[in-house]
Design a protein around this ligand. Structure first.
Ligand SMILES: [Zn+2]
Ligand SMILES: [Zn+2]
Length: 158
């Protein structure tokens, strides 16, 4: 078996038998984040949620496996999946979005610490870190580490 990392943060994936989606490795915080996201949208209509489920089409391949399409978009299709199960392409899109949101707040500032605008840039980023932390996109430890990296030049410590 090949070793895979969390699709969102490259952390160690959980090895639980019961995962939200088998084909997509996630670390424990992000597996829990996915469960929360699923819970929030559970009773929404398909067009109001970003997580589709498989629906049988009544068509079968040569092996007798049914073709299924996603309840959100017909661009997602598969074969031999259980109707009502989570569409793994929707989950992958969600994971990639979270990964992108993380990269926006955890990437280095593109302002030089010598620059007049540096303190202001730090301030703006701190606001974004707080939003990302509240949304569960980053952990407290990640927010603090990022803050520390940005604040170091302001304190005159290299
Ligand atoms: Zn992760
Ligand atoms: Zn889908």
């Amino acid at each position: 078996m090949t070793y895979e990392t969390c699709r969102i943060c490259d952390g160690d994936p959980v090895r639980w038998a019961e995962r939200a989606i088998d084909s997509l490795p996630l670390c424990e915080p992000h597996e829990n984040r996915l469960r929360d996201a699923l819970h929030e949208t559970r009773h929404r209509a398909p067009y109001e949620t970003r997580f589709g489920t498989w629906t049988g089409t009544g068509h079968y391949d040569d092996d007798g496996l049914e073709f299924v399409v996603c309840s959100r978009t017909r661009e997602h299709s598969d074969v031999g999946r259980v109707s009502g199960d989570l569409c793994r392409y929707c989950v992958a899109l969600w994971a990639d979005d979270v990964r992108y949101s993380r990269s926006l707040v955890l990437s280095p500032l593109d302002v030089d610490p010598e620059d007049m605008g540096y303190a202001r840039a730090v301030e703006v980023r701190v606001g974004r870190l707080r939003v990302a932390l509240e949304a569960g996109v980053i952990s407290e430890a990640e927010a603090l580490a990022m803050f520390d990296r940005m604040a170091r030049p302001l304190r005159g410590v290299a």
